[in-house]
Design a protein. Structure first.
Length: 224
């Protein structure tokens, strides 16, 4: 394994030990964009974290070649542990993701999918125990409504630019993306925040007053 691949694996392992709020706070402290809201847990309650593989869907003409359903290219290209992240900001009420895709992705070792757009077949995703995050639900197929514009290029999720090889974490609070070039420093700050909040929780269990625990130190935690 190359040094770069080893570093990526270490970063993912560290990211899995955090939660979305700690990462969001770290991004705030460092003045970076990346946290988004409005993309909820739609199938399981399991947190996911990993490197990003991107898909962009929209309307128009699909790239030339053999017809294939949207997002299947990404599933075949995914390495185990990759999170598929989809931009579907066309305004068309059509699913960015569906049930057979969930099964195919799970069998490929994909830990979950994040869609900036509606998804469908959510009961199937639940049956497969496959984490799907999205902006909402629909029963409308992508067939005849959407095409896959690109796989493995830059996309926009809400107002955040996401590139393949970036990092993502998603849980019940929301979704956060970290650019690959920022991952090491974001992790360091997030781990510090996570540890400090764990210590605060322990102080409460030991009888310390919450106004003291969540006083000036807490309020100023994210200041540079």
């Amino acid at each position: 394994m190359s040094a770069a691949a080893g570093s990526a694996g270490e970063f993912v392992a560290r990211l899995k030990n955090l939660d979305c709020c700690a990462v969001s706070d770290a991004l705030d402290k460092l003045g970076l964009k990346g946290a988004v809201t409005g993309l909820g847990q739609l199938s399981t309650s399991r947190r996911i974290a990993g490197r990003v593989l991107t898909v962009k869907l929209g309307v128009g003409e699909a790239p030339a070649g053999k017809p294939r359903h949207v997002s299947t290219t990404a599933i075949e290209a995914a390495e185990p542990g990759d999170i598929i992240v989809i931009e579907q900001r066309s305004g068309v009420d059509a699913a960015a993701w569906g049930g057979i895709l969930s099964l195919g992705a799970k069998l490929r070792g994909v830990p979950g999918v994040i869609a900036d757009g509606p998804v469908r077949d959510i009961d199937e995703a639940r049956a497969h125990d496959f984490p799907v995050y999205g902006s909402g639900l629909t029963c409308h197929t992508a067939r005849g409504r959407l095409v896959e514009l690109s796989t493995g290029g830059p996309i926009t999720v809400r107002e955040v630019t996401v590139k393949p090889g970036d990092y993502a974490i998603a849980d019940g609070s929301g979704v956060a993306f970290v650019a690959a070039e920022n991952i090491e420093r974001v992790l360091a700050v997030a781990e510090e925040i996570f540890a400090r909040e764990a210590a605060m929780a322990q102080a409460l269990r030991e009888g310390k007053r919450i106004t003291e625990v969540m006083g000036a130190n807490y309020e100023n935690m994210l200041r540079s």
